[in-house]
Ligand binder design. Structure first.
Ligand code: ADP
Ligand code: MG
Length: 334
């Protein structure tokens, strides 16, 4: 596989990332042993990335690793869970440079420190195919209180965290098709490459939000998923969707780009529902997490997502969210 064999890889690169969890036995046993603290349930999620599909083989390895960690932590955040541990299945092409793997492990180490979550196990295999990494993340949530997609009710308000559309615009900037200034493009590219999972906000929304989802496939598409499970419809007010300064520049230059904001994926912001009477609690969660939260619409009796323009008229929704088994070229690649 590399000049290091499987066991040297595990011992040198991965075992140091397990040290905070005694039950991981320094990755020298067959599996890890964990006890959930009393009153906590374990939330588990997996996401995989494949070279040529989710990242380019020449992308910086540390960023590939960090994005993989972060998309998983974003799923935990959407459930209101606090990160607890992660496992990595690494399928490494023959001939991969040790330097590449060291940089990948350094990315894992950086986010392990940033989010306080150990790597407690996994698997390491050589593959004749493209590099493939599958990360499983576990989180803890007070038992019975995980944030679900199914709890939104007609009359609830719709909120979004952070800013929407940056990542899909950042992908366009990577491809050189945006034509903005350097600083704005650098901001957007960073938002695409290094998502900020809203872990602290998610944790604080437990008991406040009635439903929650993270935006991975696009605002409209992911809101549609939440609506479907909740059995309600939703209206988004186009004029109040939170845009970063850079995204505002991009849309001002080409107003049609607002469709990218509505349809583009990879933002990893939280989209959630809350009772109108819970406004103060939502504001407190936002302030406590240090993450802005914006009211962007409401839930209604019915089904589906409507986007209402500043003129009060319905805006046709362009179906732009990513689907792996959908029409080729219909989205951004995740
Ligand atoms: P087995 O052959 O019994 O599956 P392995 O030799 O694959 O055991 O793994 C030995 C230990 O190293 C296990 O604790 C496993 O969880 C851990 N491990 C293997 N690969 C990884 C990896 N990529 N990341 C983290 N831990 C790993
Ligand atoms: Mg194994």
């Amino acid at each position: 596989m590399t000049r290091r064999g499987e066991f040297e890889l595990i011992g040198d690169l991965f075992a140091p990332l397990s040290r905070g969890t005694p039950g991981a036995y320094n990755l020298t046993d067959d599996a890890a042993v964990l006890d959930a603290p009393p009153g906590r349930s374990v939330v588990v999620t997996t996401d995989a990335v494949v070279a040529g599909v989710h990242f380019f083989p020449d992308d910086p390895p540390d960023l590939i690793a960090r994005k993989l960690v972060r998309v998983n932590l974003s799923d935990l955040a959407a459930m209101g869970a606090v990160p607890w541990g992660m496992l990595l299945a690494a399928c490494i092409p023959h001939g991969t440079e040790d330097r590449w793997l060291e940089a990948f492990a350094a990315g894992l180490a950086a986010d392990r420190a940033e989010f306080g979550v150990d790597l407690i196990g996994g698997d390491t295999v050589a593959t004749p195919g493209p590099a493939t990494f599958s990360l499983t993340a576990m989180g803890l949530v007070p038992t019975g209180r995980a944030l679900l997609r199914g709890g939104a009710r007609a009359g609830d308000l719709l909120y979004a965290s952070g800013s929407i559309g940056d990542a899909t615009l950042g992908l366009r900037a990577c491809r050189g098709t945006l034509g903005l200034g350097e600083a704005a493009e650098a901001f957007l590219v960073d938002r695409y490459r290094l998502p900020r999972p809203r872990v602290e906000l998610g944790r604080r929304l437990v008991g406040v939000a009635t439903a929650c989802i993270d935006i991975s496939d696009g605002l409209v598409q992911d809101l549609g998923h939440l609506c479907e499970v909740s059995g309600v419809g939703a209206q988004i007010d186009l004029g109040v969707i939170p845009l970063s300064a850079a995204a505002r520049l991009a849309v001002a230059a080409e107003p049609g780009r607002i469709d990218m904001v509505l349809g583009g994926g990879d933002d990893y912001e939280l989209l959630f529902a809350a009772d109108p009477a819970a406004g103060a609690e939502v504001a407190a969660a936002s302030a406590g997490a240090g993450v802005p939260v914006t009211g962007v619409g409401r839930f209604v009796v019915g089904a589906g997502v409507r986007v209402i323009g500043p003129d009060g008229r319905d805006r046709p929704v362009v179906q732009g969210g990513y689907r792996h088994f959908g029409t080729p070229g219909s989205g951004d690649g995740r």
